[in-house]
Ligand binder design. Structure first.
Ligand code: CP
Length: 312
């Protein structure tokens, strides 16, 4: 196994310098890409290898942006999308699927999987980098990084900013990764949710609001979260109407947010629950910018940990 293999399973040990390098590299890649669209000729230098993109849970944004990022970085994507049509349907385990795909010598893996899969153990058995593309409720590091990039681009820096999460915080892997990233980039986290959607233990330093107007006044950034029914043990946790009334974001509510607040959502969105579609027209809303930035952030990550391109 190469000594220098570096995977991205969590953000616990990531350092600030590396994250800021990813942000500046992503911005540079976006500029180059947009300039290239106006010209002709190949975008990259050619084929470098293959990327094994294995999605054992549903995905649109993450899967397509890793596909775009891999291609732009010179890696041909090999995609497993949900296991349908593969030998998983015949009972092959995820672990065995991964070791068989490793025999095809991809340059790196991108894996989305359920909580019960031991991604850290798989990483210890694989000799190329693994990137976590969403691991049950445990974490979604590239989503937190692309959120960080989008905030960095809009506000100049994320350090010391107040980032408010509204919604199903307890079941959110995005929040789990933001908890790790906030330690590195030194931003403040706030939670606003019904009691059922708050974790049992909330770290000191996280602001908790039961009242949305008060939370919106505090926030520099508002990240709405989807109600993740597929992860709820009790299916009748609350009435959607009550949730929408107390925690849903709409144009009227967002009048209480700061004039330069940044409004985000990792997607997919349940319109009429956590967000009304009218807020997409609000100039402070950067939801599609997050998706656009995701592909550049992931390309920067691939170039850094697979190609080992160095920062300044
Ligand atoms: N944000 C996100 O992970 O979206 P997908 O589930 O569509 O990949």
């Amino acid at each position: 196994m190469p000594v220098s293999k570096s995977s991205l399973i969590t953000l616990k040990k990531i350092d600030e310098k590396f994250v800021l390098h990813l942000f500046s590299k992503s911005i540079e890649l976006k500029k180059n890409f947009n300039e290239h669209r106006l010209s002709s000729g190949p975008y990259h230098s050619g084929y470098k290898g293959t990327a094994a993109l294995l999605f054992f849970e549903p995905s649109t944004r993450t899967r397509f942006s890793f596909e775009a990022a891999s291609s732009r970085a010179g890696y041909h994507p090999m995609i497993l999308d949900g296991g349908i049509g593969t030998s998983i349907e015949k009972g092959e385990t995820i672990e065995d699927t991964i070791s068989n795909i490793q025999a095809l010598r991809p340059s790196f893996f991108v894996i989305r999987c359920q909580d019960h899969v031991n991604l850290e153990q798989i990483d210890s058995l694989i000799d190329v980098p693994i990137i976590n593309a969403g691991w049950g409720k445990r974490g979604h590091p590239t989503q937190a990084l692309l959120d960080g990039l989008t905030i960095h681009e809009k506000l100049g820096s994320i350090a010391a900013k107040n980032i408010l999460f509204v919604g199903d915080i307890k079941h959110s892997r995005v929040v789990a990764s933001h908890r790790e990233l906030s330690e590195v980039l030194k931003y403040n986290m706030g939670f606003c949710a019904p009691r059922e959607f708050l974790p049992e233990v909330i770290s000191t330093g996280i602001q908790c609001f039961s009242n949305l107007p008060e939370a919106l006044e505090w926030a520099d950034v508002v990240i709405a979260l989807r109600v993740q029914k597929e992860r709820h043990e009790n299916e009748n946790l609350f009435l959607i109407e009550d949730y929408r009334e107390n925690f849903g974001l709409n144009n009227e509510r967002l009048k209480l947010a700061k004039p330069n607040a940044v409004i985000m959502h990792p997607g997919p969105i349940n319109y009429g629950v956590e967000i009304e579609s009218e807020i997409l027209q609000d100039p402070r809303c950067v939801i599609l910018k997050q998706v656009e930035n995701g592909a550049f952030l992931r390309e920067a990550l691939i170039r850094s940990i697979v190609d080992k391109e160095k920062g300044d």
